[in-house]
Design a protein around this ligand. Structure first.
Ligand SMILES: CC(=O)SCCNC(=O)CCNC(=O)[C@H](O)C(C)(C)COP(=O)(O)OP(=O)(O)OC[C@H]1O[C@@H](n2cnc3c(N)ncnc32)[C@H](O)[C@@H]1OP(=O)(O)O
Ligand SMILES: CC(C)C(=O)C(=O)O
Length: 537
């Protein structure tokens, strides 16, 4: 294999590194939904998880390998430390995939060797070929990463990469694990690898980077100029700490500035060939899906997918755009799948029009889910004359893409005002099917509702984020509520949309509590199976 491909491979790690964002933890079903969306987006490789990390991660990777890793689907990858138990778990979980990859890694920086791994350089040099060769017994496609490459001694890293490739690594991935390097430094690291690793032509050079200094995307573009051909990125740039390089920014930079990048890929400047396999029209929808399911809100001024990314506010700009869009726009909103938010359906629309529009928007629902979504649509259409694509998306995300419903909201009622004590009454159905009603007072209606819900659910938690925004303009707009809460150091998110923001707030809170309650139940199952296993050794 040669790394001289003239195309950029997009390796999406939303489900692995993205899920490492505090509070972004996803259920197996949610991961499957995102994996399907990534396949529609056209990513080449999905890093679906870290199978050894937990039974849930193992199951998710296995399910994605089975249902999304089909013959025409993307390659499915699992992460593993340089250890036989991790690699074995990855190999087992990936078995159902038509095309699989094991990604194994070990740190090469002296800081990590000394303080974290407590290993010498020569020990690492022995472990790497042994583990790559072991991974090779599960699949031919092996990626190796020298973790913290950005702070590693280049000469040592060259040696490690050479042994990894000699043992069968087909991709070598260079991570700036702590987001420390600058673009020119990162480009020089890639050039150094090309110039100094003797067998580098037998592997693809990949890059992975974090955004601690806001430089991840710039670093990657410099890496492409110096020979990197695979980019590891996440939707909306989510990930550990400040996140990863954002897929949408990288792809659109390569798309919009194609003529600038063509020569670095050995193409004629004016070549119109796309630089990646990404279907850019799927970008906006995928971004919204990931944001809703992870609870990681996209900031309004975020490049490409932020609410303001294509908005022109000031008079001089509006005047220019009205005369010619090119005055202030370097790309079309349509190119990332942003429609004009046109009115699509109303309360007289039927099931067929509803199903057709959802499928045009990329939602493939089972008959049961479609029925539920249709009933919600009719409810909303009774209150809101015009139903836009954004409303439809909010309805599906609220109604269908939810954590398993352990507690269900049956009723919420509030009394509030500037001369009243905010009071809320709620009725919830508990996991055993019993209806429970309670009431509370609070500093405002949402506070009162949350206190009343807490009296019923009775799991201590701290609300750390509450956001409400309208889906579209207008007084009858649906409100979207996203919340994050914390319990014993872990964060859980919830999402809901409704024309009544108090109802949306209550539903979003219950959706987060359902995740928290589900996690407690999972943990108690693990604890009781460990308790059974321990006495028998
Ligand atoms: C840069 C990255 O993003 S790496 C990916 C990060 N993702 C995760 O950590 C996923 C979630 N992690 C987990 O569930 C757990 O940490 C597990 C299951 C992976 C390991 O759990 P534990 O066995 O309890 O180990 P713990 O997390 O406390 O410590 C990590 C151990 O792995 C070792 N280790 C770390 N990286 C590597 C590596 N690449 N190869 C081999 N060993 C490694 C550490 O030195 C430490 O070993 P020690 O226990 O002998 O000191
Ligand atoms: C596992 C590696 C590639 C990683 O996530 C990092 O170094 O940030």
């Amino acid at each position: 294999m040669s790394n001289q491909t003239d195309r950029i491979i997009i390796f999406d790690t939303t489900l692995r590194d993205g899920e490492q964002s505090p509070g972004a933890s996803l259920t197996v079903e949610e991961k499957l939904t995102i994996a399907r969306a990534l396949a529609r987006l056209g990513v080449d490789i999905i890093e679906a998880g870290f199978p050894y990390a937990s039974p849930g991660d193992f199951q998710a990777v296995q399910k994605i390998a089975e249902t999304v890793g089909t013959e025409n689907g993307p390659r499915i990858c699992g992460l593993a430390r340089a250890s036989t138990k991790d690699i074995k778990a990855a190999g087992e979980a990936l078995k159902p995939a038509f095309k699989s990859r094991i990604h194994t890694f070990i740190a090469t920086s002296d800081i990590h060797l000394k303080h974290k791994l407590k290993k010498t350089r020569s020990e690492v040099l022995d472990i790497v070929p042994e583990m790559v060769a072991y991974a090779k017994t599960f699949t031919d496609d092996i990626e190796f990463s020298p973790e913290d490459a950005g702070r590693s001694d280049p000469e040592f890293m060259y040696q490690v990469l050479e042994t990894a490739i000699a043992a069968g690594a087909t991709t070598v991935n260079i991570p700036d694990t702590v987001g420390y390097t600058t673009p020119s430094e990162f480009g020089a690291i890639i050039k150094g690898i090309k110039d100094n690793v003797p067998n580098i032509d037998q592997a693809i050079i990949s890059v992975h980077g974090h955004d601690d200094l806001g430089l991840a995307v710039a670093n990657f573009l410099e890496a492409v100029k110096n020979g990197a051909r695979q980019l590891e990125c996440t939707i909306n740039g989510i990930g550990e700490r400040a996140g990863n390089a954002a897929l949408e920014e990288l792809v659109m930079a390569l798309h919009v500035r194609r003529q600038y990048f063509n020569p670095f890929l050995g193409r004629a400047v004016d070549s119109t060939e796309p630089l990646t396999n990404i279907n850019t029209q799927e970008i906006y929808k995928t971004s919204r899906l990931v944001s809703n399911l992870t609870g990681m809100i996209v900031q309004p001024n975020k490049a490409i997918v932020g609410a303001n990314a294509f908005a022109h506010e000031s008079g001089i700009h509006q005047d220019g755009v009205l005369k010619n869009k090119l005055t202030y726009e370097i790309m079309d909103a349509e190119s990332i799948g942003l429609t004009n938010n046109q009115i699509v359906l109303g309360k007289l629309s039927g099931r067929n029009a509803f199903r057709t529009r959802l499928s045009e928007l990329g939602f493939e629902l089972s008959d049961n889910d479609l029925n539920n979504a249709f009933l919600r649509f009719k409810e909303v259409a009774d209150k809101k004359k015009e139903i836009t694509d954004w409303d439809l998306e909010a309805i599906v995300n609220d109604e269908i893409q939810q954590a398993p419903e352990l507690f269900r909201l049956e009723l919420v009622q509030v009394s509030c005002g500037d001369h009243a004590v905010s009071t809320a009454t709620v009725t919830l159905r508990n996991p055993e099917g019993k209806e429970l009603t309670d009431a509370a007072i609070g500093t405002g209606p949402v506070d009162a509702v949350y206190k009343a819900i807490n009296r019923v659910v009775n799991v201590p938690n701290e609300l750390i984020e509450f956001s409400v925004k309208s889906v579209t303009a207008g007084i009858d707009a649906m409100g979207e509520v996203t919340i994050r809460l914390r319990h014993e150091g872990r964060t859980y998110s919830g999402y809901a949309a409704n024309t009544d923001i108090i109802t949306a707030s209550a539903r979003a809170y219950i959706s987060a509590l359902n995740r928290l309650y589900g996690a407690i139940q999972e943990q108690s199952k693990v604890n009781s199976s460990e308790a059974v296993l321990t006495p028998q050794g």
